[in-house]
Write a protein that binds this ligand. Structure first.
Ligand code: AHR
Length: 478
């Protein structure tokens, strides 16, 4: 649920994860300050290596002695790919960062055979690819469980984009080889690249009608920005759209299950989501260089509230969303920015993600019933002022409530049904300065403030939520 995404694009890998020569680089060339920030963020898994990059990537270019790896032009983002970071480096970086890998296979220019060979390289203990892996320094299989089968073939910008049936047939046969190679693998088939796609939700129905037996998950991608009028209330209503997107996708999955007289539920992998404003430097700045700037977004306090609202939707749908990846991890539409040879900055959106990843770690999401005033948003219709979720962590015995206030001052009354509850702390981030950002000069301008613990036992707690704020309340039942 609290995963991320690392693509070979811009300065995500080269200059973000991997910067040999940086004062904080370890012997593998990985920035240790980034690894520390990833651990602080609480990221659980990372999808790799793309993204649009994936659809023309040959994973075999990125293994073996670095001096022998080919330097290639990379057409998806018009950059130069030195291949000095590949599968083995990614796996080592995951182990150092304490995250699980989600590998994706090329279904654009790639073949089913190459996809099967990658599973063999990563997961097998016998055969030529296992020997190759051992030669490259890793005897033990990596045991990668989660596999994305392609990336956004429904988008016409994708290298080798496809019709739903072409994709489904190709991906089914790839998954077949991959599963025969390692039966423990789970497969994420490509669903829709956007809630706004003309082919949503039909694409999902058509793909699943062919791929139901091989698919474990269907992916959804969702990026949000301001509407044409640039209205903040309208922007902060984006959770309404994500909710609708998820509900529709679940309905389609369940429809296909019914048609197939199936027994399994297809789960959702929301494996690219975020707010994304700046399309500049998309492909054109410094083409054909290694790690050129691409999609570098500077997020402000309002974006943090938007992300808090989206995360509540994700948590509230955790019965079906079993994989979630905020896109991306570093420098490219990311919660973390790194500077060449220099420091690292945690953007405002870092903090709501961290709050959820750290505090929504239990196994129970609570259903909350709330009477919340609404307003009319131009793009999404009626939107509640408050977006909320609540979880229970059986290990700590804590109840945590997350609430984003998109409008004016509101109070929230929590009724616990017992009089033995104490507030044991929390945090709050406000967007009083709506456009405030964190920079190398002022890295802590937008950070959460702690909410102090109380001694008083309560049955009901009424809290005032400041205008434009994201709050986390942690309670313990004594
Ligand atoms: O995350 C940036 C890009 O957005 C990815 O490469 C692609 O999958 C999506 O369109």
């Amino acid at each position: 649920m609290f995963g991320s995404f690392a693509e070979h694009i811009g300065r995500c890998v080269y200059g973000g994860i991997y910067e040999p020569g940086h004062p904080a680089a370890d012997k593998d060339g990985f920035r240790a300050d980034l690894i520390e920030a990833v651990r602080d963020l609480g990221v659980t898994c990372v999808r790799y290596p793309g993204g649009n990059f994936l659809s023309d990537y040959n994973w075999k270019d990125g293994i073996g002695p670095k001096e022998k790896r080919p330097e290639r032009i990379e057409p998806a983002w018009r950059q130069l790919e030195p291949n000095t970071f590949g599968v083995d480096e990614f796996m080592r970086w995951c182990e150092k960062s304490g995250v699980a890998p989600i590998m994706a296979v090329n279904m654009g220019t790639g073949t089913q055979k190459e996809a099967g060979e990658l599973v063999e390289y990563c997961n097998h203990n016998v055969g030529s690819w296992a020997k190759e892996r051992a030669k490259n320094g890793r005897k033990e299989p990596y045991g990668v469980r989660f596999w994305g089968v392609g990336n956004e073939p429904d988008g016409d910008w994708q290298i080798c984009s496809m019709e739903s049936m072409e994709y489904a047939r190709k991906a089914v046969e790839a998954a077949k080889i991959m599963r025969l190679t390692d039966e423990k693998c789970k497969f994420i088939f490509c669903g829709s690249c956007s809630p706004q796609s003309a082919n949503f939700p039909e694409w999902i129905r058509k793909v699943l009608e062919t791929a139901y037996d091989q698919a474990d998950y269907i992916s959804l991608h969702a990026y949000y920005t301001y509407g044409a009028a640039g209205d903040v209330g309208d922007f902060l209503a984006i959770p309404v759209d994500l909710e609708h997107y998820i509900n529709t996708a679940v309905s389609v999955c369940d429809y296909v299950k019914a048609v197939k007289r199936g027994r399994k539920d297809i789960m959702l992998a929301l494996d690219e989501w975020n707010v994304w404003h700046n399309q500049e430097k998309g492909r054109d700045e410094s083409p054909w260089t290694v790690g050129p700037p691409r999609l570098e977004n500077y997020y402000d306090a309002t974006d943090a509230l938007a992300v808090g609202g989206l995360l509540s939707v994700i948590v509230n749908h955790s019965d079906r969303i079993k994989i979630g990846c905020m896109a991306q991890l570093v420098n490219v539409i990311a919660p973390i920015l790194t500077y060449k040879g220099g420091m690292l900055v945690k953007q405002p959106i870092f903090y709501p993600f961290r709050a959820f990843a750290k505090r929504a770690a239990g196994r129970a999401v609570l259903r909350t019933y709330a009477d919340i005033p609404t307003y009319l948003s131009a793009r999404f219709g009626n939107a509640p002022y408050l977006h909320h979720s609540a979880v229970y962590d059986e290990k700590t015995g804590e109840y945590t409530v997350f609430v984003t206030n998109a409008g004016g001052g509101h109070t929230l009354t929590l009724d616990f049904g017992t009089d033995r509850v104490v507030l044991s702390g929390g945090e709050r981030l406000t967007a009083k300065e709506a456009r405030a950002v964190n920079t190398p000069e002022e890295p802590f301008r937008v950070v959460p403030q702690m909410i102090a613990a109380e001694k008083e036992r309560r049955a009901v707690h009424t809290v005032t939520l400041p205008e434009k704020s994201f709050s986390v309340f942690v309670y313990k039942n004594l």
